[in-house]
Design a protein around this ligand. Structure first.
Ligand code: NAP
Length: 293
């Protein structure tokens, strides 16, 4: 049964995210130790947290140890210390550092070898959103370990999503969402640059936000079914027609002398699908050309 009893937690890393996580746990009534390589940042976390100079002392006797560092290599470096590894034995480590599925698998291997319960996690939020309804955290690993700490972990995000037992699954989902986010954002910014270069106030484009977001949403729904059934046929718009539309975007960009890198990359990807004989299929058919390099 999940419980919201006060828990002894340590948060390793007092960067922008680690500080926000530590304060959120403390605000929820937990006893929070913080440690940071640059100790002044740990002391600045505040919010009722207790800063430690020594990492082994910070994590010793803690039920939950949450890690938020720049990358997995930084935590591997810290955990290479025998004293730190011994202090962590018997605790649950929640790795909230962003990484790849391979990083997560490496983390689990280390944890198993050192008697540590391990959840690999990914947070989808800016620090200001931590502990609000806008924060989502994905968790992967043992469901029993997740269930044991679920209620405590809700302090940083009420939307705590258990993804799968496969340890790389939270990182995979995070990378998938981030790709859609960064790719989509670049497209939006390039679109605004096209408008500006053609003397159209980008406001006109942003005012149509709901129309392009709606199109992406409809296409994502259609793609899901098509991928599941491995059937990309349809009667809405062929890839041949879509490719012609992308050619207009490249031409506008080139004529207006703005960067055409992004639309050219798009065009190359979609043309590859034509080359693979998918010209009469619907847009999501490009998926078939992406499954293998
Ligand atoms: P940050 O402010 O740059 O903090 C980085 C932290 O990592 C600092 O505590 C830094 O310590 C520590 N660090 C780096 N290398 C180290 C090493 N070799 N040994 C020990 N400590 C080391 O970054 P952040 O924004 O908090 O991000 C932390 C994690 O959260 C990242 O994995 C990031 O992808 C993830 N994340 C961040 C956001 C966000 O909006 N900020 C959103 C989602 C996920 P020092 O202070 O001593 O340099």
């Amino acid at each position: 049964m999940p419980s919201s009893r006060p828990t002894k937690i340590a948060v390793i890393g007092s960067g922008l995210m680690g500080s926000a996580l530590a304060r959120a746990f403390a605000a929820a009534g937990h006893e929070v130790a913080v440690w940071n390589r640059t100790s002044s940042k740990a002391r600045a976390v505040g919010g009722g947290t207790l800063a430690f100079e020594n990492l082994s002392e910070a994590v010793a006797g803690r039920e939950l140890v949450v890690v938020s560092l720049s990358n997995y290599a930084a935590s591997a470096e810290l955990f290479a210390s025998q004293a730190v590894a011994s202090a962590l034995a018997g605790t649950t480590l929640v790795q909230l550092t962003s990484g790849s599925p391979a990083d997560a698998r490496g983390g689990l291997e280390w944890a198993r070898a050192h008697g540590v319960d391990y959840l690999d996690a990914a947070i989808l939020a800016y620090p200001a959103f931590v502990a609000t309804d806008y924060a989502t955290v994905f968790y992967a690993g043992s469901k029993a370990v997740f269930d044991r700490h679920h209620e405590t972990l809700r302090a940083i995000a009420s939307n705590s999503v258990y993804v799968d037992e496969k340890i790389g699954s939270a990182a995979t989902l995070d990378c998938a969402i981030l790709e859609a986010y960064y790719g989509g954002t670049l497209a939006v910014l390039h679109a605004a640059a096209m408008c500006k270069a053609e003397g159209l106030d980008p406001k006109a484009f942003f005012a149509q936000k709901n129309s392009f977001l709606g199109l992406i949403s409809v296409t994502a729904d259609a793609a899901q079914g098509m991928i599941e059934n491995n059937d990309f046929s349809g009667d809405q718009c062929s890839l041949n027609t879509h490719v012609a539309a992308i050619e207009h975007i490249v031409r506008l960009s080139t004529d207006a002398r703005i960067s055409s890198r992004f639309p050219r990359e798009l065009l190359e990807n979609y043309r590859r699908a034509l080359g693979a004989g998918l010209g009469d299929k619907e847009l999501p058919a490009v998926f078939r050309t992406l499954e293998r390099d």
